[in-house]
Ligand binder design. Structure first.
Ligand code: AN0
Ligand code: CP
Length: 324
């Protein structure tokens, strides 16, 4: 595995999930694999889980980790080519990424979309420039359009929790209200992964919140949340801003808030959220505090998702014993 930016970078998805579960049972078994290898984690936006879980995963594999919150601690970065830098930006992405290529063996990058210019966000220009100018294998820590480490952790969680062998789980992705415009990366990515997994997958959202078809194609999509929730085994709750009216909040309709009552029409569904979650706005207190919530287990599995991916990258990109 050279890069990890999308499910498309995964050759064998069931094998990667199995690898994560193997790592979870025995987290320190591959401590020698990352010896003298450095992971650089570069954050252009805030993070709690991604930062801590990826750092823990790398440490479990014996790697050194350097973390930089480049938005706060670095020079203001210029990402456009050919500009005369006589404004507020101080350092160009060409040099910044090039320097990182000298210091690290694997690069992790979090770079949220602007939610202003869809073409620019969906071109993944910043992610591609970091890959190109660093020359390093790159793990996406959430990009403009996708959050693959989250989706892998979600798939691991569903695989662990679903015990029936005679049928597939019904998994529902439901939009939830929020007061701020949030990226589409988490739902895009979840859809992309669920469409590759062995599940019945349904997406429900208000009109105007249709996601980019390249990620959702194959899923059943309905504007009727109640219909979608019938017999659900897993409900994945997430807010996102509009893709078609790009970056806009079209409604904050609280009828879309999932409560414990509404779980009555489901198959006692387990409820998932990537976190951070705004209590009472995106998801009810009773669900988060109740027995159906999987949110902490998802967060736990972020470690083993990252560990499986880093292990594959170390195996693919470096010869064991070669410490150069
Ligand atoms: C981000 C998002 O929705 O993409 C990160 C989630 C992992 N969430 C917020 O900005 C609140
Ligand atoms: N779920 C997730 O990626 O959380 P952070 O934004 O805190 O990393």
């Amino acid at each position: 595995m050279k890069q990890f930016t999308s499910v498309k970078d995964v050759l064998d998805l069931p094998a990667l999930v199995t690898e994560a579960l193997v790592q979870k049972r025995n987290p320190f078994a591959n401590k020698a694999l990352g010896r003298n290898k450095t992971l650089g984690l570069i954050f252009m936006n805030p993070s709690l889980r991604t930062r801590l879980s990826t750092q823990k995963a790398a440490t479990n594999l014996g790697m050194e980790v350097i973390v930089m919150n480049i938005d706060k601690e670095g020079w203001a970065l210029e990402t456009q080519d050919g500009v005369i830098m006589n404004g507020t930006t101080v350092e160009h992405i060409r040099e910044a990424a090039g320097v990182m290529g000298k210091y690290f063996d694997i690069l992790g990058l979090r770079s949220f979309p602007s939610l202003k210019n869809r073409d620019e966000d969906y071109s993944e220009d910043i992610l591609q420039k970091f890959i190109h100018y660093s020359g390093l294998p790159l793990v996406s820590l959430e990009s403009g359009t996708l959050h693959p480490l989250q989706s892998l952790a979600d798939l691991i969680t569903i695989t662990e929790q679903f015990t029936f062998t005679n049928r597939k789980p019904k998994v529902v992705l439901t939009w939830a209200p929020h007061v701020k415009a949030l990226p589409q990366a988490v739902p895009n990515s979840f859809a992309e992964w669920m469409n590759q997994a062995d599940v019945d997958f349904v997406i429900t959202h208000p009109e105007g919140y249709e996601l980019y078809e390249a990620f959702t194609a194959g899923a059943a999509i309905t504007y009727n949340q109640e219909e979608a929730l019938q017999d659900a085994d897993f409900i994945y709750v997430k807010n996102w801003s509009s893709y078609h009216q790009y970056g806009q909040v079209l409604t904050t309709d609280e009828n879309w808030l999932l409560t414990q009552n509404r779980l009555g029409i489901t198959n006692n569904a387990k409820v998932m959220h990537c976190l951070p979650v705004r209590r009472g706005l995106e998801l009810s207190h009773d669900i988060l505090d109740g027995p159906n919530s999987l949110v902490l287990e998802q967060a736990n599995n972020r470690v083993y998702a990252a560990q499986a991916v880093l292990k594959r990258m170390l195996e693919t990109n470096f010869i064991p014993g070669d410490d150069q």
